[in-house]
Design a protein around this ligand. Structure first.
Ligand code: 5GP
Length: 239
């Protein structure tokens, strides 16, 4: 596999061209950031653990009929992915009120959200990822109304697969962020699903098992990431 030109570099991942048309290489780096990049560190093994978890969850979703950009893992920190036309949205599904939702709205942390709440942000660091609504998404021509319906349906389906999976591990999927892209008229799940993009609580104790450990200095980040990655990738071997 030839690692070609750097196409894009984000806060924790870089994307490279390969020698195969339409196939990109996504590198999971050891960088970790929070609060719009105001807090940042480099944590050894973090890229490997997030890549491992993302690959596992993409495979699980594919087995459950969800189309993703995932193609394979040439090594521990790189993922081969299908090149997509990325949609500049952060689609967040919330099962339990937490994080920015409880900071912004009058709702108590831990409130069960039934049905789950979908919130969609415009992915733009300079604008601090502002919250959108359906009318804005259509007015800004980010999605057609039909595509918006597809994205929401996919978000709910992905949430059901992941929530059920985590429940078997004694972990509550509180909320998570997804990104989507287009290929040949279809919408596919892209980016990553990892401890950086999910909020996970130990069921019962509400102990954080995700990037909140880093955001709010709740303990040993890498010890948490390693334990969660181990539980995810070993307990669900039959999936
Ligand atoms: P909140 O809005 O409560 O900060 O985040 C909700 C969920 O979406 C959390 O699981 C959080 O990790 C994820 N999330 C929100 N914005 C981003 C982002 O810009 N990058 C990543 N990786 N995850 C995000």
């Amino acid at each position: 596999m030839h690692k070609g030109d750097l196409l894009y570099t984000g806060k924790a991942k870089s994307v490279f061209r390969t020698d195969m048309k339409g196939i990109l290489l996504m590198e999971f780096r050891d960088d970790i950031t929070a609060f719009d990049g105001k807090k940042k560190d480099v944590l050894s093994s973090k890229g490997r653990l997030n890549a491992q978890v993302s690959a596992y969850l993409f495979r699980l979703l594919e087995k459950n009929g969800i189309k993703t950009h995932f193609l394979g893992m040439p090594d521990d920190t790189h993922m081969l992915v299908r090149e997509l036309e990325m949609i500049p949205l952060e689609v967040i599904v919330r099962n339990i009120a937490a994080g920015s939702m409880v900071r912004t709205y009058p709702i108590e942390e831990g409130t069960v959200l039934e049905p789950p709440v979908i919130m969609i942000d415009y992915k733009d660091d300079e604008r601090h990822d502002p919250l959108l609504n359906d009318d804005l998404i259509i007015a800004l021509r980010i999605l057609t109304p039909e595509e918006l319906a597809v994205v929401k349906e996919l978000a709910h389906r992905i949430n059901r697969v992941l929530s059920d999976f985590f429940a078997t591990l004694g972990i509550t999927l509180v909320d998570f962020k997804m990104e989507f892209g287009r290929a040949e008229g279809e919408i596919l799940l892209a980016d990553e699903i990892s401890m950086d993009s999910m909020r996970l609580w130990e069921t019962g104790t509400r102990k954080s098992l995700d990037k909140d450990v880093y955001r709010f200095s709740k303990g040993d980040v890498m010890e948490t990431y390693a334990r969660v990655a181990q539980v995810i990738t070993s307990a669900g071997r039959e999936n």
